[in-house]
Design a protein around this ligand. Sequence first.
Ligand SMILES: NC(=O)c1ccc[n+]([C@@H]2O[C@H](COP(=O)([O-])OP(=O)(O)OC[C@H]3O[C@@H](n4cnc5c(N)ncnc54)[C@H](OP(=O)(O)O)[C@@H]3O)[C@@H](O)[C@H]2O)c1
Length: 243
Amino acid sequence: MSKKSLIIITGCSSGIGLALSQKLIEKESNCVLGIARNWPLEAENFIFQSLDLSKIDRVKEIHFPDLDEEYGAIHLINNAGMLGEINTLDKIDLESIEDVITVNYTAAMLLSTKFIQKYQNSPVVKSIINISSGAATGAYASWANYCASKAALEMLSKCIELEQKHMEFPIRCFSIAPGVVDTKMQEHIRNSSLGNFAMKPKFEELYEKNELYSPVKVAEKLIQVLENSSQYSESIFRIQIEG
Ligand SMILES: NC(=O)c1ccc[n+]([C@@H]2O[C@H](COP(=O)([O-])OP(=O)(O)OC[C@H]3O[C@@H](n4cnc5c(N)ncnc54)[C@H](OP(=O)(O)O)[C@@H]3O)[C@@H](O)[C@H]2O)c1
């Protein structure tokens, strides 16, 4: 019998994280531990942990499960993310700034560190996937804080990958930009005001031309990485979906 895989996914309640959770639990040998504020689904092989990732003291307290001999792989997918207020810094509300950097970067940093410390010496297949964005490397006016948080997350991924190369039981670490995906985050972009976000028409056009990626297709690509992590020489890339 094939060994089980445990997959920890943040932001499991919507968009890419929900599609990933739904796809992964189709396979009986997968167990998903989903983290979010809203409970998304019921299934025998899905465990929900309610957690607000902006509350850093709560994130520090999280306990990842012990692995028994049934398990052959464990993965962490830092997927939860938020754009926050879409506005230029001369007008942005100071109150909105902290949560973006905390949810998109600090929580992912803490969870990655806890994951590494808990499972480093386990000989099972291990990987961390950080969900990045084109905004990690491309600057967008009115998304300053989001861009900065994704750039930080991408650099974290590079550092983890470098550190792990020298370990006896290495953990692969990927930074994967999913493309422009049809989720609530895109709705939030289309609902922004043109006065605060000059690039809004570009995102409206992608939506109107039906050019957004489907969360299910993105989830399938991410699962390919999870299931074949040792075959990927690159650890930083953008998902491409044909047709
Ligand atoms: N959609 C795109 O075009 C696109 C493009 C590039 C990158 N991305 C990245 O893809 C990832 C997933 O985004 P999505 O498009 O699927 O967006 P989404 O549908 O808005 O989902 C965001 C997820 O993050 C969770 N989340 C947000 N704040 C949280 C908090 N304080 N505590 C716990 N969970 C929190 C939400 O859960 P709760 O609300 O239940 O807590 C939700 O499950 C993000 O990292 C995003 O930056 C998306």
